[in-house]
Design a protein around this ligand. Structure first.
Ligand code: GRF
Length: 211
């Protein structure tokens, strides 16, 4: 399976994917920001990199067309959004239907959009986490492939909670890509996903707060 990863910044999820020894070929890492730290990490792993700078395009449609052109040069079977911080046009999303996934730092459908950790704290939820999902035109609303949950602690700050979630993002994302590569992910007619051969839960159910 040929995989193209899109990033905008730090690239820690991309790095987790590159280092997970997945049975895939990472064809390219593409950033919309030339200063993204993840570009150097990708190059250090021998993965070709490219920049499609959104600031050079007059509008979203023109940027998305250029981005798709760069992506398609690499003939990907899967396009992975790993901290890619641009809204994508419907046309772009439809072009990659069924082969475009994202990681979102919340337990969707709770907290789509930005500032998820601060919003989770403000809502007082006791479990928070991250979600790997297919991308559809509605932001953060596509079919859910996998989720990881962490407890929210009484003295959490958005930063501490973000760090706890991020550790799980780095575990969850490579697993989801491995399942996709193995052809185990079944996107069903009703918009839900079944992953063949997985256990109901990795470990015990998580109750928070604990006793
Ligand atoms: C992650 O929290 C991811 O869930 C969100 O953006 C952040 C990207 O971090 N979409 P990194 O660039 O992977 O380090």
């Amino acid at each position: 399976m040929r995989v193209v990863i899109l990033i905008s910044g730090r690239g820690s999820n991309m790095q987790a994917l590159l280092e997970a020894q997945l049975p895939v070929e990472f064809a390219a890492v593409i950033s919309n920001r030339p200063e993204a730290q993840g570009l150097a990490i990708a190059a250090g792993h021998g993965v070709p990199t490219a920049v499609v700078d959104h600031r050079r395009f007059p509008d979203r449609a023109a940027f998305d067309a250029a981005l798709a052109g760069e992506i398609d040069r690499h003939r990907p079977d899967l396009v992975v959004l790993a901290g890619f911080m641009r809204l994508l046009t419907d046309g772009f999303v439809r072009h990659y239907e069924g082969r475009l996934i994202n990681i979102h730092p919340a337990l969707l459908p709770a907290f789509p959009g930005l500032d998820t950790h601060a919003r989770a704290l403000a809502a007082g939820v006791k479990l928070h986490g991250c979600t790997v999902h297919y991308v559809t035109p509605e932001v953060d609303a596509g079919p859910i492939i996998a989720q990881a949950a962490v407890p929210v602690l009484d003295d959490d700050t958005p930063e501490r909670l973000a760090a706890r979630v991020l550790r799980q993002e780095h575990r969850l994302f490579p697993r989801a890509v491995a399942w996709l590569a193995a052809g185990r992910v079944n996107l069903r007619e009703d918009g839900t996903v079944a992953v063949a051969g997985t256990a109901a839960l990795d470990g015990e159910a998580l109750l928070a707060p604990g006793d």
